[in-house]
Design a protein around this ligand. Structure first.
Ligand code: ATP
Ligand code: MG
Length: 188
């Protein structure tokens, strides 16, 4: 199965993200928008694995040591691929998010996973197979929307699958942030 770990958004935020995706599409970028339930922030992409239990264990260990935090969206951007561009909304690289991502990567490696070692670029995919002119005025878009914030109290292990041409993400396990800290506070 194809696995990744992620942060989920509230239903209201998922709908707001979908509206941003539709707005970009209408500004001439074309492409395909994710369905409302599919908007997420990937933390670590694992790819094919038959061991979701090990991934869930790594996730528990990392999440327990990280504080709940609030993520904030940032600037738009685009990955240029030969089959069409991926347009996204960036997520601010706040300290708590980066610590969580790094800790997760470390625990996953200890469990035997070999995720890619590329620098983490936190982003929320808004369009796939888009065509973005080189001079597209990304900066002008920033003015008409304040962005959104999302409290993060847990992270999720997702299975990614396809039914026909429909992409589906299925939550397999959740891990709460800050378990160990809470325990320490109670024990004191
Ligand atoms: P599809 O690839 O079918 O168009 P998708 O990219 O959403 O759709 P997956 O490839 O299963 O589905 O990826 C799941 C999540 O992991 C997505 O957020 C995707 O951007 C991210 N992801 C996929 N491959 C990588 C990778 N090599 N490095 C980092 N993140 C990745
Ligand atoms: Mg993909």
């Amino acid at each position: 199965m194809r696995l990744f770990t992620a942060v989920e958004f509230s239903p209201a935020n998922r709908e707001a993200l979908r509206q941003r995706a539709l707005a970009l599409q209408e500004k001439g970028l074309g492409g395909r928008t994710p369905r409302a339930e599919n908007y997420h922030l990937t933390l670590v992409f694992l790819g094919e694995s038959q061991n979701p239990q090990a991934a869930a264990a790594a996730m528990e260990q990392a999440a327990a040591r990280c504080q709940p935090f609030t993520l904030k969206t940032g600037a738009y951007g685009c990955f240029r691929r030969s089959g069409g561009h991926i347009c996204w909304l960036g997520v601010e690289p706040d300290k708590e998010l980066l610590i969580l991502q790094r800790l997760l990567l470390a625990r996953l490696r200890e469990q035997g996973f070999r995720p890619e070692d590329r620098p983490y670029r936190p982003h929320i995919t808004l369009l796939r197979q888009a065509q973005t002119p080189a001079d597209f005025p990304w900066r002008d878009l920033a003015g008409d929307w304040p962005g959104l914030t999302q409290p993060v109290r847990r992270i999720v292990l997702m299975q990614s699958s396809r039914a026909g041409d429909q992409l589906r993400y299925t939550p397999l396990a959740y891990a709460d942030l800050g378990r160990e800290e809470n325990k320490t506070e109670r024990e004191l």
